[in-house]
Design a protein around this ligand. Sequence first.
Ligand SMILES: [Zn+2]
Ligand SMILES: [Zn+2]
Length: 312
Amino acid sequence: MDGSAKGRKAVVASLRAWFDAGAEAEGEAADDRVDWLRALPFVALHLACLGVIWVGVSATAVTVAAVLYAVRMFALTAFYHRYFSHRTFRTTRGVQFLFALIGAACVQRGPLWWAAHHRHHHRHADTARDPHAPGVHGFLWSHAGWFLTPRAFATDLSRVRDLAVYPELRWLDRYDIAVPVGLAAALYGLGCLLERWAPGLETSGAQLLVWGFAISTVVLFHATVTINSLAHRFGSRRFDTADDSRNNVWLALLTFGEGWHNNHHFFPGTARQGFRWWEIDLSWYGLRVLALLGLVRDLKPVPAWVLAKARR
Ligand SMILES: [Zn+2]
Ligand SMILES: [Zn+2]
């Protein structure tokens, strides 16, 4: 194959992967450079926030954006992270799918991809093999570069064999664009309906699309990845772990408990990340409520030996 044919094939593969994440298996998985064509939707999502100049703002739009941030952050931290990646509690297949679906609406790929990369992070945290180690690869790359490369696009199923047995999760992972597109369309439709039937709310389809989808998702994304970048740099270290993880109250508030990241790296096997009563961990409280409702069970607590090892 000559150079231009090879280039054309790469362009087609990148475009196809927008709609079918399974397509990248044919690409060059060892490539560590950003694939800008494949990353275009991610860039476009950021640019869409500028739409606020034209659509303006309303209390309705800000409320929708805030609620979507909260619900999706909970799905990410309680389920993508504490359930799918670390299996720190149990639930039914239906609830598992429901939160996988909400997690997929976060536009951070599917549950298998997310868990596979996260398990890899724990195994190699802050070494050259950790794709988002700020001490090795730099802040910007760890924050928002590493996952735009062909190497990171693929889902290594050998790391998530326990999750890959569910065809519905594999589907969400492969067609990871489906739920975000559905959410965007639903927000646009809702805004159009409200504009017509509840003009007092002063919103529109375009306004809910910009606030509920673009702005809420971009803020959610950058809040989430502070745990990869900032929480391995700034904060205190209660446990002397082999990595550089930190506890940081501001990040914990922003991410519903994930900022207690040094706690988490020392003992990832608990559904709880704030180990002391004053370490606010909203996802843990949310999981307690779901347990009371009978939707989840067997939340793994923090063992006494872990607390005994804590410096303070
Ligand atoms: Zn970490
Ligand atoms: Zn983790």
